[in-house]
Design a protein around this ligand. Sequence first.
Ligand code: PLP
Length: 233
Amino acid sequence: MSIAANLESIHGAIARACTQAGRRPEEVRLLPVSKTVPADRIRQAYAAGVRLVGENKVQEAAGKAAELAADCPDLGWAMIGHLQTNKAKDVAALAHEFQALDSAHLAQQLDRRLERLDRSLDVFIEVNSSGEDSKFGVPPDEVADLAIALADCDRLRPRGLMTIAVNSSDRELVAGCFDRMLALRQRLAEDDRIAADYAELSMGMSGDFELAIAHQATTIRVGQAIFGPRPYP
Ligand SMILES: *Cc1c(COP(=O)(O)O)cnc(C)c1O
């Protein structure tokens, strides 16, 4: 299947999941995830209308951005993977949004770098909604403190929360992660110490995006269902 056909099929699935959930398809943003995908295939996605792609490694994204700068002038980069503080500079220079914010220290480094570049950056706090040791992200009960710290970072524009749910065939377990995100969003909205609006929920991937939409996801991050299987797990 071509990338354009895959995109069309995902948009169809999004529309059906929205109908079932009593939501409008415009409420759900599809973020195609192009990690490990060569620039040529990203070009095909661009030709099919994609204007923002998700990447988890900043060097990889920077390489592709350079390769695609001429052919895909309006292509933006959403960084969705854990970031070491020493690479904050590269994300500040390249990214249009950053979905894996997981510490106040990283927020401060990003803010400092953005200030120098006179840029701003949309950010999502990454939440470890499954409690697995293997997952990055802030434990749910520490998210409010990070949100409070973000208020001092003028160059960061908080948009919402991001998570990778547990990778399980048990739908109840996956749904549990999404429910925890919904409850957390509610808690932040009711917390008087937090002025910013964490309204967006970035959750759902190739295997679970329909369930995520049923649980109010506003951004779904889909890689393999668009670009095909990745060379490594
Ligand atoms: C790889 C990745 C995705 C997409 O996963 P697929 O299974 O290919 O849809 C989504 N979010 C993050 C953070 C990722 O690293």
